[in-house]
Design a protein around this ligand. Structure first.
Ligand SMILES: [Ca+2]
Length: 295
């Protein structure tokens, strides 16, 4: 790497750290000013420099499903023909049950549960008849019995750290907390059973947010970036990076209030992938273009 490139790389790294640290303290109050400071080329350089041997895919839009742009999406998961959605912000956090006609591409909200005004909703996950919903700094893990038409709250669990994203491997829960550590959690009491340190070629990847387990791999939105990392749960290694810049650009072109990428849902019945973001007017069905190289 020549000196000019090295200088650019160090400046890029520095900018990422400053923006991430600043953003961390203003989470939930992110506005356009903060986002304007995240310039993609720096992040892109960072990823390109680390990307040797890592698969990079570009998310391409297959279909756009209209979605309520007021929803500050923090969690997204399929359960049959229901698409569960968890949203954030104080005073606005909800659990939303959507009927999703995947054939027709129509999302119909059927029921909403409002969280306490003092809780900032985060990730959600469904295991059997139980839905779990995290809160950000409040330590509360909402639980709902979803065997009936309407989710029924049952006694909550306690989280020992910040709640960000949540997913499931079918038996246990997988939680993120904004760091590079993912924790495997018991469905009995939310206790930590295992920890996975996520790293990209030896470097920790932090700010892991919304999660999804897809064909044995953990997919994680990297907060404040247009990227998703695909993680091998055994080693914690990032095996692929999904570049979602096209979706971010389309969402922002449709609605200037569209915030960051956040929301991964895998329709296992049809092997279809859906992605969205905070306050995005669309949920995108996407396909992945392989052998994509960062220019
Ligand atoms: Ca998800």
């Amino acid at each position: 790497m020549n000196i000019k490139k090295k200088k650019r790389f160090i400046l890029g790294m520095l900018l990422v750290v400053i923006v991430a640290a600043a953003g961390y303290f203003f989470r939930g109050n992110i506005n356009g000013l903060w986002l304007a400071k995240v310039t993609v080329p720096q992040l892109n350089d960072l990823l390109a420099s680390k990307a040797n041997g890592i698969n990079i895919f570009e998310a391409e839009i297959v279909r756009k499903i209209p979605h309520n742009p007021e929803n500050f999406v923090q969690g997204l998961q399929f359960d049959g023909d229901v698409l569960w959605e968890g949203t954030g912000l104080y005073g606005q956090s909800k659990l939303i049950k959507n009927k999703f006609d995947t054939q027709g591409g129509v999302l119909t909200p059927e029921h909403e549960v409002a969280l306490s005004q003092n809780d900032f909703g985060e990730g959600i996950a469904v295991i059997g008849n139980m839905l779990y919903q995290l809160t950000w700094k409040e330590g509360r893990v909402y639980r709902y019995d979803i065997s009936g038409e309407v989710p029924v709250p049952v006694s909550p669990f306690t989280n020992d750290r910040e709640g960000w994203g949540l997913a499931t491997n079918g038996q246990r829960l997988i939680a993120s907390d904004g760091s590079n550590i993912l924790t495997i959690r018991s469905t009995e009491d939310f206790s930590v059973e295992e920890a996975i340190e996520v790293q990209l070629q030896g470097t920790a990847v932090g700010l892991l947010n919304e999660l999804e387990l897809i064909e044995g791999k953990i997919w994680a939105n990297v907060w404040m970036t247009p990227y998703i990392v695909v993680v091998d749960p055994e080693s914690g290694r990032v095996t692929s990076i999904i570049d979602c810049r096209k979706l971010v650009a389309d969402a922002k072109a449709s609605d200037p209030n569209a915030n960051v990428l956040n929301g991964i849902a895998w329709d296992s019945a049809n092997d279809d992938l859906y992605l969205t973001g905070k306050k995005w007017p669309w949920i995108y069905q996407v396909s992945l273009r392989p052998e994509y190289t960062v220019e």
